[in-house]
Write a protein of this length. Structure first.
Length: 305
């Protein structure tokens, strides 16, 4: 009887410890999302430089009191999936690169709709375009160490099942990765920063020629137009034309500012005047005055008209 009670008590304590670890895991994941999102929002406005991003991220993690179980910077791993090397090759802007102070490839963040409209061939076969190239997609991994030694021992058995190298490294030490995927648009020109040794921030490699038929043909044409100093001006022929709807009782801007809306059936407003402001009675009298043979009676009307 005592042995059974100890087994039940041990099972309950183990389940309680697993529940506590799960709660702490979710809480740290929530804190990590906030710290990461605040950092990404800041640095997508300043070209997303990896070293500056890591420095501000460390400050945010300290503010959130998140533990660095493997020290800095081995407790995290970041992979930039967009823009990748393939995007920088196809959507780079040489005119913009001459204006920037860094000798790296750059993608123009200005007038993206105009760039896409003027260069419909810029859409790659993989579905990438100027909009996705100006959107940061970051896969972030953070190390979490369970407090229960039983859980840590169990996690070591799942090392062979992991596909990601950083996940295998954590499972080998009895830890779990906290995965956070963030997608945020750039508010500045994306720049292809080079890899920095000792910083676990990586950008996706360039795709093979099989995935990029244009590269296999040896075409290196820059698809983007030069940077504009002023917003694009649309011609009247390029504006979308919307046919008027039938039985539309809406009031136009001209009718609204001129006065009361005009009657579409008779061409006159409720006051008996035409839409141009003239009185139909006065127009008829003016026509009669022009054909009148008695200037003495109609001369005043002619002068008024």
């Amino acid at each position: 009887m005592l042995v059974q009670a100890l087994l039940v008590l041990g099972s309950m304590l183990t389940a309680l410890a697993i529940g506590v670890d799960a709660s702490l895991y979710l809480m740290q994941r929530y804190q990590l999302q906030h710290a990461l999102l605040d950092t990404v929002r800041l640095h997508t406005r300043t070209h997303m430089q990896p070293s500056a991003f890591a420095s501000d991220l460390k400050t945010q993690l300290k503010r959130m009191h998140l533990p660095l179980v493997l020290g800095w910077p081995h407790s995290w791993h970041a992979e930039q999936h967009s823009p990748n090397d393939k995007d920088f090759q196809h959507f780079r802007d040489p005119h913009l690169e001459k204006q920037l102070q860094w000798p790296h490839l750059a993608i123009n963040n200005d007038y993206q709709a105009q760039q896409h409209q003027q260069n419909p061939a810029s859409t790659l076969f993989s579905g990438r375009n100027i909009f996705t190239a100006n959107t940061l997609q970051l896969h972030f991994y953070y190390a979490y160490q369970p407090y229960n030694p039983v859980v840590r021992a169990l996690l070591k058995g799942f090392e062979s099942w992991a596909q990601h190298s950083y996940t295998r490294q954590l499972l080998n030490q009895g830890m779990l990765p906290i995965k956070v995927h963030i997608s945020h648009p750039y508010a500045s020109h994306p720049i292809a920063w080079p890899f920095q040794a000792g910083l676990p921030y990586h950008r996706s490699k360039q795709a093979t020629h099989a995935d990029n038929p244009q590269a296999s043909m040896g075409t290196h044409t820059h698809l983007l137009p030069p940077q504009r100093d002023s917003p694009p001006v649309w011609n009247d022929n390029e504006k979308p034309h919307r046919p008027p709807k039938k039985d539309d009782d809406s009031v136009g801007f001209k009718d609204y500012f001129d006065g009361q809306p005009s009657d579409r059936n008779t061409g006159t407003d409720p006051a008996g005047q035409k839409s141009d402001g003239s009185n139909p009675g006065q127009s008829a009298a003016a026509d009669d005055a022009l054909n009148c043979d008695h200037p003495a009676c109609c001369g005043d009307l002619i002068v008024q008209q």
